[in-house]
Ligand binder design. Sequence first.
Ligand SMILES: [Zn+2]
Length: 552
Amino acid sequence: MPDIRDRTRQLALLNAKRFNGQANPKALLGSLLAEFPDYRKDIQELQEIINSITQEINSMTLDEQEKIIKNEHITDRPKKEKRTGLPELRNAIKGKVVMRIEPSPSGPLHIGHAFPLILNSEYCRMYDGKMILRISDTNADNIYTSAYKMIEEDARWLTDDKIDSVIIQSDRMELYYKTMKTLIEKKHAYVCTCRPEDFKKLIDTKTACPCRNQNPEENLKRWQMMFKEYKEGEAVVRVKTDIKHKNPAVRDWPAARINNGSHPRTKHRYRVWPLMNFAVAVDDHDLGLTHIIKGKDHITNTERQMYMYDYLNWTKPEFKHIGRINFKGFEVSTSKTRKAIDDKVYDGWDDVRIPFIRALRRRGFQPKAIQKIVIETGPSKTDKTVEITDFFKTVEKFNKDIIDPISRRLFFTQDPTEITIKDCRKTVEIENHPDSRDLGTRKITVNETICIAGKDYNNLKGQPVRLRKLTEGILKKTFEIKDLKDQRPQVIQWVPKSSPKATILTPDGNKMTGLAEKEAETLKEGDIIQFERIGFCRLDKKSPLVFCFAHR
Ligand SMILES: [Zn+2]
């Protein structure tokens, strides 16, 4: 926010200029109140500021006033201070903040995960806090084993390694059991053996089921039976809530169940599994979370979890519920993508067509570009719909700002057509970047036959063209060298006939095939370059050369 005195002075100057050097204090009040609404409570004070400043301004000559306006570029428009970085977190103390993201290992991370992940990690960076990646794997039915490793890799890459610890919930079963036992002993939880449909009928009418009033001894006995005697589905632990809670989904919510399935990590070691809300609350407390950012769709879950904080006398973290981001125009469903990969529709999680983090990485997107769009979007309370085209337009712009100054330029000729330039045997030296000498030059040796893109040949044959850095003339199969003088012909790229074959994978699922200049063979996998008049590409594989297209 600009200072109120500075702004008053600016407005007084403008007003004075308009009225022959004499500002009218009354004319400033409205605009100032609009810009500084807090002063509505203290109009008297504002009035005094205005009076003293207009007096000062009115004592100047019109010339003096105009000079200041000009020198300081003063305008009517209030200077909108653009937020840089994230808005402050409530009650955050530098060095004490602990935050987390909690993906389930059903697959690697996609662009939807990037938002909560980066918001949390950036806040931890902002407050020198600790960022926890907690993998939520207490539901054995929905685990993709390689996801554990992939999620951690994706998260580290996206946050520039701002992941301070990785916690896996299936490692913490004893802690869940211990907490559950305490809740049961304190009569805050019970083992319910009602059939789900019977329980639902009762709870919908705000009626306790018969299990609710059992004594703790009976509950503890039943709790032990969950580990051996009860069959899957026969018993669940419920956390007691207000049985008349306005939201039926909160009433005596389930906290643990039996699942006989084999867990990818613990196999059959455990059969009693905590359910999401229970495990989340235990971990958030145990790991000392100070701030939790989650989607508004989790408000009911937070309400459920608050019962545990109250029963166990835990300190509550700050909760911030933010709006959902709905991605329109692309599929961010992990299960659907997984099926498509299994069905060989996609090559893998890094297939250039899908919005998964490893696919964006493979195309040459930089974490900083994705971080920037998340930070600019911020932790908004309202739901947002993001169109694929708008999303990529923005990320591509941010990405280009990062890679453009450091990417070497090279030539690529798609669907090449041979051109002969008689007696043209020479070596040309070409700068690797139009603005950066630091990126050096390269030499290309030509021996009469070159190749240009088939499309360039078809579009430009018979017309004057400039073969970049080589020669100029009329484009024909046998090139007609000609001094084009002041003409501004189309400049086209070319490569010697003997250049290596290369493929560029594009995000629409197509391939561009052609010849890249030999210099491309000196690149390392992962290097990003710009093929002139094509766009930025990342070298995916050497021999044969395969590039992934990033953007123009
Ligand atoms: Zn019951």
